[in-house]
Design a protein around this ligand. Structure first.
Ligand SMILES: Cc1cc2nc3c(=O)[nH]c(=O)nc-3n(C[C@H](O)[C@H](O)[C@H](O)COP(=O)(O)OP(=O)(O)OC[C@H]3O[C@@H](n4cnc5c(N)ncnc54)[C@H](O)[C@@H]3O)c2cc1C
Length: 388
């Protein structure tokens, strides 16, 4: 049976996230956008009220939240400020491959402490020479006795500068393509980990994005995530969890842009009437509402499938591609509704338009989502929809 209603628990989560967004995030969003200052206090509060580390299993003291529960929260905090939200949610991204591939021993040592202490983590996969083409990464991990020695560099790593640990994807067998890849948990303070400068990005400016270099970094074999050679498989499986969450973040940003556009269109007069009285403007608003509703349902579907044990790669890519593209379009249209004021940093939609662009780039670009969707179609899968 299809049921689109949220449970009482999900409504409570949404209301808690909405209150946090309203009281803690929105009042400081402009300041952090203008200064690029990392919102550490807000992250600490987010951790203390239970908005971080959402999937840590209950047996390690975590909330073991379902993906659908998570995305109800993620929409709300992105609607407030997606720069802060990216910083808050980076732990979920780093945890995803670790939870997919790790032994209980590894989880006990590295993950359980995150439920009692405020700790930050980063997901370090992209490199200066390889982003979409993950199998072409060049960071190596060479086994020497009970340790591996890691050399190489990563690029665009969210929370790298503030992290306690990183999930790092390496090549343990550079001759074996994607089958020669292995992930590790690495202490960010290890000797030989060199953290680069904070990058100046177009949007989501308070989020911490940096390059990281590894020079002869020693990591014990017990910090390996899964088996040697399973790294690519683990990193890709993690995307099935994280893409619906990134996609709903785009829904949150688009929703805020639409709300501003509706308010403005009903108060701004031209030719003796509110601009919303023109079909050219009201249709723009109607299309925003249409696409936000459609995007949210795609995200809910992809998350629901994961929670119910179905493989959701196809639906997660559709949600990510649709929502990211829709978010950029809606934020651009919101600027259009505001006219000249929309182009000005004193008005809210300028930030939203800058913030929106990254949704088409991180967690697999909009083109890569289309590559995945096409592959399903060309293999004769996916056309039937959820195929439950
Ligand atoms: C703010 C920010 C935060 C990020 N956070 C993280 C993080 O925490 N951890 C992490 O590991 N990475 C992170 N990334 C990296 C991000 O995931 C990559 O930038 C992204 O995957 C694209 O890789 P690339 O930049 O190397 O572009 P490329 O892979 O070089 O792509 C360049 C262009 O070519 C297109 N293209 C490439 N291959 C194909 C193809 N087969 N078909 C069609 N088009 C193609 C792409 O779509 C894109 O338009 C972040 C990036 C940014 C900007």
């Amino acid at each position: 049976m299809i049921d689109f209603s949220l449970t009482d628990e999900q409504k409570a989560l949404r209301d808690m996230a909405r209150d946090f967004a309203k009281n803690e995030m929105i009042p400081k969003a402009e300041h952090h956008d203008q200064t690029g200052e990392y919102p550490m206090d807000i992250l600490k509060k987010a951790w203390s009220v239970g908005l971080m580390n959402l999937h840590i299993p209950a047996r390690f003291g975590g909330p073991e939240m379902a993906d659908l529960d998570e995305i109800v929260i993620v929409e709300e905090i992105n609607a407030a400020c997606s720069g802060m939200a990216t910083a808050i949610l980076a732990n979920n991204l780093a945890l995803a491959p670790v939870l997919v591939g790790s032994s209980d021993e590894l989880l006990k040592k590295w993950i359980e402490p995150m439920t009692t202490e405020f700790k930050l983590a980063a997901y370090a996969v992209t490199e200066p020479g390889a982003g979409s083409d993950v199998a072409s990464i060049r960071t190596t991990a060479k086994r020497v006795g009970d340790e591996y020695i890691i050399n190489g560099s990563k690029m665009w790593i969210t929370n790298a500068g503030v992290s306690d640990w990183m999930f790092v994807l390496t090549k343990t067998d550079p001759t074996a393509g994607h089958k020669g890849m292995t992930g590790f948990i690495l202490d960010s303070k290890s000797a030989g980990v060199i953290i680069g400068k904070k990058e100046k990005n177009m949007g989501q400016r308070c989020s911490d994005t940096r390059g990281v270099t590894f020079e002869e970094v020693k990591v014990h074999k017990s910090q390996r995530v899964g088996k040697e050679g399973d790294g690519f498989k683990i990193a890709m499986a993690a995307f099935d969890h994280t893409r619906p969450a990134v996609a709903i973040g785009a829904v949150g940003v688009a929703r805020t842009a639409m709300e501003h556009a509706i308010r403005y269109a009903n108060t701004r007069n031209a030719f003796g009437k509110p601009i919303s009285a023109n079909q050219g403007v009201s249709f723009m608003l109607a299309e925003m509402a249409r696409d936000i509703e459609a995007g949210r349902l795609l995200c809910w579907q992809a998350a629901w499938m994961m929670d119910h044990g179905y493989k959701n790669t196809y639906q997660a890519s559709i949600a990510k591609a649709f929502c990211a593209d829709m978010c950029v379009r809606i934020c651009t249209d919101a600027v259009q509704v505001f006219g000249g004021y929309g182009y000005n940093a004193e008005y809210p939609v300028e930030k939203l338009m800058r913030d929106s662009k990254i949704f088409q780039i991180y967690e697999g670009t909009s083109q890569i989502q289309r590559v995945i969707i096409s592959k399903f179609l060309n293999d004769g899968k996916g056309i039937e929809g959820p195929n439950l």
